[in-house]
Design a protein. Structure first.
Length: 144
């Protein structure tokens, strides 16, 4: 039998004859019109997503970009990587040892952009949500 033959919304069938009928659907509560756009479409959230996206990209590209550069130089410029920059210190080893400072730099960039751009936006949204919750609570108590 095809699924198309059933009506889209069949009423529930009672399993036992003594079961009470299901309660009626509650009527939607009257809502006060919002003073501003819902939070999901709020411009601050878009700004926060963009700031967080840039933050991740900067930190990731810093660490990953250096590592890819190291791999490319290892594969395509072996003479550069074996060139001695000091007594017994090839350039490849020096570049490999620089991985740790570059990773620490990526962490520092991540924290800096978080403190400067992402955290203030998140705090502003947090305060706005708390204010909206207080308004909704007050409005709910006033309508009783």
């Amino acid at each position: 039998m095809s699924h198309d033959s059933f009506p889209p919304h069949d009423p529930p069938h009672l399993t036992y004859p003594w079961q009470p009928p299901p309660p009626p659907e509650p009527a939607p509560a009257a809502r006060r019109p919002a003073d501003r756009a819902p939070l999901g479409h709020h411009s601050d959230l878009r700004l926060l997503r963009g700031a967080y996206r840039r933050q991740r990209r900067v930190a990731t590209l810093t660490a990953l970009g250096y590592f890819v550069l190291f791999l490319v130089l290892s594969a395509y410029a072996p003479s550069l990587m074996t060139h001695r920059v000091g007594p017994g210190l090839p350039a490849g080893l020096l570049l490999a040892l620089l991985q740790l400072p570059v990773a620490l730099l990526a962490i520092a960039l991540y924290e800096h952009t978080a403190r400067r751009h992402v955290d203030p936006l998140a705090e502003r949204i947090r305060k706005q949500v708390a204010l909206d919750a207080r308004r909704a609570t007050r409005h709910g108590e006033a309508s009783r």
